[in-house]
Design a protein around this ligand. Structure first.
Ligand code: HEC
Ligand code: HEC
Length: 366
């Protein structure tokens, strides 16, 4: 047998359950010996030794044995840990975590001091001294008065302020199952409906168009002031007569195309383009754009609670009414019709669609 094989065999016997059998060394620990190690104290008080101590006694012991490192008032000397204060600092960028601000249970304080302090001379304190120091730490954290006495009797009544700040770790029950499902990678939705196209919604800033508009605006400022609400002079189909100021424009209901169900239907279809921003009907709410109830032949910029652009606000103040013609011109080219409107919409190209839309807006109004 090679040396290597012997070693491998030896390793396998050691790893086998046989090796866990008593090796015939030592003896079981006695209850007394276990008791020396078994000093943990639980939040419900289990493991607490009998005894008591008051704040004043704790003050004396603390000053002598702890203050050199933790400061006379628990403020921490130099870079030694702070034991008092810091309440309300846990959400700060640099939280001060102390017995008063952070620790959940008084049993942890008792256990820690009992087990590990004073640093370098651990477990030299008597049980009563630990009670007294624990009472004093409560006092330093403004949790008790100076005549407070802590004992094995009232210990579990004392509560630290941040107890509720600790919650059981339920990630294995709550989060793990939610995130360990097989993720869907193909055909996850039975059908996909495209309700809007980015080009129609006009979400992409058009740099060149914006530049042109700015140049045009600059050129315009050198010309005599133009009526804000007037139609774009470049749209030949709808030339605005000079005298057609809003106040004088009669509301021409008769001019509106007769409400024909097929037309309303077509308008409803065309309104899909508007739906991403506008609502209409009984339950309509202002969205990106204002509610459109009663908009046809209604005043511009007048929907309550909607923040219009300055341009729309001004047009409304000047008395613009959304007559069939005004609305047609606006819908055909919102930005051309009203410089500065915040309706980011390219415009409806076909006149028949605009007529249908207006018929629908009338019909669907509440
Ligand atoms: C020689 C310096 C020194 C002395 C004296 C000392 N401590 Fe400490 N104490 C420390 C150090 C260092 C730590 C941090 C230990 C660690 O993080 O492992 C600490 C930690 C603590 C903590 C936990 C602080 C925290 O928020 O993590 C408490 C409570 C405490 N000490 C209490 C006491 C008490 C009560 C005494 C007196 C009986 C005492 N200490 C004496 C150095 C000292
Ligand atoms: C990308 C969002 C968006 C789309 C799409 C949109 N609008 Fe608008 N609309 C607005 C905003 C924003 C305003 C307010 C304009 C202002 O304050 O300058 C507005 C204003 C209006 C007004 C004037 C309302 C008033 O109270 O004076 C009407 C009428 C109108 N839109 C109709 C339509 C119609 C019809 C469509 C579809 C063809 C449409 N809009 C598509 C955002 C949109």
């Amino acid at each position: 047998m090679s040396r290597f094989l012997k070693l491998a065999l030896l390793a396998s016997t050691m790893a086998s359950p046989l090796a866990a059998e008593p090796l015939g060394l030592g003896r079981p620990a006695t209850p007394e010996e276990v008791a020396v190690w078994d000093i943990d104290v639980r939040p419900d008080g289990l493991g607490l030794p009998e005894g008591s101590g008051d704040v004043a006694t704790g003050d004396g012991i603390y000053t002598e044995k702890c203050s050199a490192c933790h400061g006379v008032f628990g403020e921490g000397a130099g870079r030694w840990p702070v034991l008092a204060g810091g309440q309300g600092s846990l959400t700060d960028a640099r939280p001060v975590k102390t017995v008063g601000s952070y620790w959940p249970y008084l049993s942890t304080v008792f256990d820690y001091v009992h087990r590990a302090m004073p640093f370098g001379d651990a477990q030299s304190l008597t049980d009563d001294e630990v009670y007294a120091i624990t009472a004093y730490l409560l006092y330093l954290n403004d949790e008790v008065d100076e005549d407070f006495v802590l004992s094995s009797e009232n210990f579990t009544e004392a509560r630290l302020p941040n107890e509720e700040g600790f919650v059981p770790d339920d990630r294995m029950e709550i989060e793990f199952p939610a995130f360990s499902k097989e993720p869907c990678m193909t055909d996850c939705k039975p059908e996909v409906e495209i309700t809007m196209r980015a080009a129609v919604l006009d979400v992409t800033p058009e740099e060149t168009a914006a530049k042109e508009a700015a140049e045009k605006a600059e050129a315009e400022t050198t010309e005599p002031a133009t009526e804000e609400a007037a139609s774009d002079p470049t749209t030949e189909e709808a030339p605005a007569p000079e005298e057609a100021t809003a106040e004088e424009t009669p509301v021409e209901v008769a001019e509106a195309p007769a409400a024909d169900p097929a037309m309303i239907k077509a308008g409803e279809k065309a309104f899909r383009k508007c739906k991403s921003c506008h609502q209409i009907g009984a339950k309509a709410k202002n969205r990106v754009g204002p509610v459109l109830n009663g908009i046809v032949d209604g005043p511009a910029g007048a929907v309550e609670g909607f923040r219009y652009s300055k341009a729309m606000e001004a047009a409304g103040e000047e008395g613009l009414v959304w007559s069939h013609d005004e609305l047609s011109a606006f819908l055909a080219d919102p930005k051309g019709y009203m410089k500065g409107t915040k309706m980011s919409f390219r415009g409806v190209r076909k006149e028949e669609d605009i007529d249908a839309l207006i018929a629908y807006l009338r019909d669907a109004s509440e």
